[in-house]
Ligand binder design. Structure first.
Ligand SMILES: Nc1ncnc2c1ncn2[C@@H]1O[C@H](COP(=O)(O)OP(=O)(O)O)[C@@H](O)[C@H]1O
Ligand SMILES: [Mg+2]
Length: 406
């Protein structure tokens, strides 16, 4: 059963690609482009992201800013792209060297994916029960294969001991695969994600569920594989507001009870505030600002972050996000300066001419704007942003403090 062609030997990685201490994912200088008739679409232009163990980070930006393409590099979903990076290390695995037939070892067990449209992740022709059972069985098999691989690779034990450990692993696998045990595991997971009537629910097909319920099922399927990292790509965009909040609470629970590290993508900066520990603000394929929730909401520095905060709808309003005036640049020939300059009323000459570096504001806070240059004239946070910050302080940050038990 253990297919030798799927050996993971090239997971061994070079020192320069090593993870920083405490991290589970290190992305350094990631660039992704796609060739089309007109040239190369430079979707991601040299970004750094690090995810610590047990942390939830948010990746925020308007549609088209490169959020999905960035995370798809970690999932091996960017077929046809040119992808380069100085480091793309997922819990010790060098993603840059993964071959096609090895992705089955990575997706699901190392990194789980929750897409925007849950139907994309579910098979419409199969009952929920069969999809979950299949996922549990595949996971058990993968776990066994990984365990055998680890035992085989272990140079500190003798062959007889390896033989015995492999037999024990196979016995445990057989036990876990018994019908009743698989069923028990299924019920355990369904109860975790908050399905009230699991025995009835599993007999249904995906189309018989509401959007929120479908997304819960996708989350269930994702956690079956016990991944180290989960990437949730706008998982609540298709849901209405009250359901959104419940799905977000569930995603938070994955971290709080299972210790899974999470990347949560959203075009809505208000949505991530109660969930994330750290935010990356993305525009035109670059990270323009990064910091803790407090850094970003109380002391935002980049005019693009100001624009995102201004676009938060007023409290108690059912309005969608207000869109930011202007349009993002053409990514085949992105601007040579700050890509946001053309939409930025605070832009100066240099913003159109030269790419700003990522200035350090504090130990946790960085922003790529010339406004932070020591010689730049002082620019106050605009009053409309300040007003939104006041509201954010009340509704978002206080709630977060409560959650943190402060
Ligand atoms: N497969 C692809 N081929 C060509 N261009 C692509 C492909 N996928 C994404 N892009 C382009 O890359 C840019 C970033 O897309 P994406 O990461 O999906 O944005 P976001 O998730 O932030 O809305 C967009 O300009 C998009 O058109
Ligand atoms: Mg996207």
């Amino acid at each position: 059963m253990f297919d030798k062609s799927l050996k993971l030997s090239n997971y061994e990685i070079d020192k320069k690609y090593e993870l920083q201490k405490g991290n589970i994912l290190d992305v350094r200088n990631l660039k992704v482009s796609f060739k089309n008739k007109l040239g190369y679409v430079q979707a991601v232009r040299g970004i750094d992201i690090c995810l610590r163990k047990g942390e939830i980070i948010g990746l925020v930006g308007e549609s088209g800013s490169g959020k999905s393409v960035s995370v798809k590099s970690i999932l091996g979903f960017n077929e046809g792209s040119t992808t380069t990076a100085d480091c793309l290390n997922l819990n010790g695995i060098n993603i840059l060297t993964i071959e096609k037939n090895q992705w089955q070892f990575i997706r699901g067990t190392k990194v789980g994916y929750i897409p925007q449209d849950p139907l994309m992740a579910l098979d419409p022709t199969k009952k929920i029960k069969n999809q979950i059972i299949d996922a549990i069985k595949i996971t058990q098999k993968r776990k066994l294969n990984n365990k055998i691989f680890d035992i085989q690779r272990n140079t500190s034990i003798k062959d007889e001991e390896k033989f015995q450990q492999i037999n024990e692993a196979k016995a445990e696998y057989k036990k876990n695969m018994i019908k009743d045990n698989v069923h028990m595991r299924m019920m355990e997971i369904l109860s975790f994600i908050g399905i009230n009537n699991p025995e009835e629910a599993i007999e249904a097909y995906p189309h018989e569920f509401s959007g929120g319920m479908r997304q819960r099922i996708v989350i269930a399927m994702t956690i079956i594989g016990e991944p180290d990292v989960i990437i949730a790509d706008e998982p609540t965009t298709a849901l209405d507001v009250t359901i959104q909040a419940k799905v977000i609470d569930l995603i938070k629970k994955l971290r709080d009870t299972m210790g899974i590290s999470i990347i949560f993508i959203s075009h809505n900066i208000a949505l991530v505030a109660n969930l994330c520990d750290y935010l990356y603000i993305m525009y035109a394929g670059k990270i323009v600002e990064k910091g803790t929730i407090e850094d970003i909401f109380l002391r935002p520095k980049h005019p693009y972050t100001w624009a995102l905060i201004t676009s938060i709808p007023d409290e108690n309003s059912d309005d969608e996000l207000v869109s930011i005036p202007g349009t993002p640049p053409n990514m085949i020939s992105p601007p040579k300066g700050d890509a946001f300059a053309a939409r930025n009323k605070y832009a100066r000459k240099i913003d159109f001419e030269k790419q700003p570096p990522l200035f350090q504001v504090s130990q946790t806070h960085f922003a790529a704007t010339w406004l932070l240059h020591p010689d730049a004239p002082k620019q106050e946070i605009p009053s409309e942003v300040k007003n939104k910050i006041k509201i954010a302080k009340k509704s978002i940050l206080l709630k977060k403090e409560k959650q943190n038990g402060k």
